[in-house]
Design a protein around this ligand. Structure first.
Ligand code: GLU
Length: 486
């Protein structure tokens, strides 16, 4: 096999959609697995909708995912330019070649004629397709009409026959030229058609494998015909399924977030998104589901990409994100959640940060939820007024509060390290035991006293991450509730 060269060819008409990100990922994995090259080509011929800032945001998102291209508008390379808008001369050269070799011809038909033709064909129950009226115009007449400034398109002369190919994902597929009319490759406005430009680009960039969404399957026959007419070797093609929502419809805004940027902003981690996208239509063949990008490169195999529609399953993405969050070093997670906390008006003290971060690390699903978990460590609260205050009205609670008060008062630091917190809880447990109190009878009242809630992080997090003053106040207040209950 030639050195593998694949490309990701987004149109910069919006930000990176997760469906496109998956296309980029499969190309990237295929390239890396075969020690090949991953090319980024920007398909910006739709001047009205293409924007440079979208291109930049796509490049940034790819970079964030870890899928930076080896060649592209930003990375450079020997097969550029990498923006279609800068490749006009190459497209024009190709059109001239096809005209000279008789594979293409000028068409002067007006839109009115074409519309009429289509109507008539439909009325006769025929499939609408160009009737080749202009194919018969003698070359000198064509030259005269062009010289006179008459508008013309250039059409590709579709060769008859069947166009079979072996799709890397779908297996053998064949299209009959019967159903394909001579299609326009150059428009009257001077623009070039997608199916044509993409062939000039893929051929010029020496692309060996085209991996893209299933919505492009029907374009493949036209592209293969163009390769043959241009005398170029066609690449291999693999068309992966598109992503659908749980209701079966194509994934769209109504299913929630769809762009990589939205997922990033909610606090999904790049390795989790990459892992999830890979699993959407690919499996390693065993039960294993967690893969880093490097592991995916190693394991990825096109023959294990399924052709069934991929159903987007947010629960699975959440599960993976949680796994990756739990693997992060605490300092790194602390930095990642800082902006979310800031946004929610939560500023943790330096000594409090590692404790609070460690406390929420166990249960956090997406970074955006961090404030909800951290709230506990910063809010004002008086256990006497909290919902489960009745939990404080049991025998022994006053004694437990007294023990906690003494233990915490003896430690002068505003916050404790987790080790100190563990040690404090050991001491509290041991002293309570001396008074015949243990288990839930100790821990539930303490939890209610410290947080006003019946569930939450383990106590050693609370005693380490809550400010000393608040702990002392709260256990005092809880003690008063206990004593007032007699
Ligand atoms: N620009 C096309 C798209 O975004 C790429 C088509 C292709 O990969 O050939 O769908």
């Amino acid at each position: 096999m030639d050195k593998v060269r694949v490309r990701f060819a987004p149109s910069p008409t919006g930000t990176l959609h997760i469906g496109s990100a998956r296309t980029a990922l499969y190309n990237y994995l295929f390239a890396r697995h075969h020690q090949g090259t991953f090319v980024l080509r920007i398909e910006d011929t739709d001047v009205k909708r293409s924007r440079r800032e979208y291109e930049e945001s796509i490049v940034r998102d790819l970079h964030w995912l870890g899928l930076s291209a080896d060649e592209g508008p930003d990375a450079g390379g020997d097969h550029g330019p990498y923006r279609q808008s800068e490749r006009g001369q190459l497209y024009e050269d190709g059109v001239q070649r096809l005209l000279e070799t008789g594979h293409a011809y000028h068409c002067f038909c007006t839109q009115e004629r074409l519309d009429r033709l289509k109507e008539e064909q439909l009325a006769r129950g025929e499939m609408p397709k160009y009737d080749r009226l202009c194919l018969g115009i003698p070359p000198e007449v064509v030259a005269e009409r062009l010289a006179a400034g008459e508008e013309a398109t250039v059409r590709f002369k579709v060769p008859a026959g069947d166009w079979p190919f072996r799709d890397l994902i779908h297996g053998p597929i064949s299209f009959s030229a019967e159903v394909i009319g001579d299609f326009i490759i150059k428009r009257t406005d001077g623009g070039y058609a997608y199916n044509y430009a993409v062939v000039i680009d893929d051929a010029g960039m020496k692309i060996t494998h085209v991996i893209r969404g299933e919505d492009h399957i029907t374009n493949t026959a036209r592209q293969l015909m163009l390769y043959e007419a241009l005398g170029e070797n066609a690449p291999e093609y693999g068309h992966h399924s598109l992503i659908h929502g749980a209701d079966g419809g194509k994934l769209s805004k109504r299913h929630g977030a769809t762009s990589i940027g939205e997922f990033r902003d909610m606090g999904y981690l790049a390795p989790a998104v990459v892992n999830y996208l890979a699993l959407l239509s690919w499996s390693s063949g065993d039960e294993r589901e967690k893969f880093t990008l490097e592991e995916l490169v190693e394991a990825f195999d096109m023959s294990r990409v399924s052709k069934s529609p991929a159903i987007f399953d947010i629960d699975k993405l959440n599960w993976l994100n949680g796994l990756y969050i739990r693997e992060l070093p605490v300092e790194e997670l602390a930095e990642l959640i800082r902006p979310y906390l800031h946004e929610a008006g939560i500023e943790l003290a330096e000594a409090q940060r590692p404790v609070v971060t460690a406390a929420l690390q166990a249960n956090l699903v997406i970074l955006e939820d961090a404030p909800e978990f951290a709230q506990l460590f910063v809010e004002e609260m008086d256990p006497a007024e909290s919902a489960p205050a009745d939990k404080l009205r049991s025998p022994g609670v006053a004694a437990v509060m007294q023990i906690m008060h003494e233990a915490r008062a003896a430690r002068k630091a505003e916050f404790l390290s987790l080790d100190e917190g563990h040690e404090l809880m050991k001491e509290v447990g041991a002293r309570a035991k001396e008074q015949g109190l243990k288990g839930k009878a100790v821990f539930m009242p303490l939890r209610v006293a410290l947080t006003g809630r019946e569930s939450g992080p383990e106590l050693f997090y609370l005693v380490s991450g809550l400010p000393r003053g608040r702990i002392l106040e709260r256990v005092q207040s809880a003690r008063r509730v206990a004593e007032s209950a007699g």
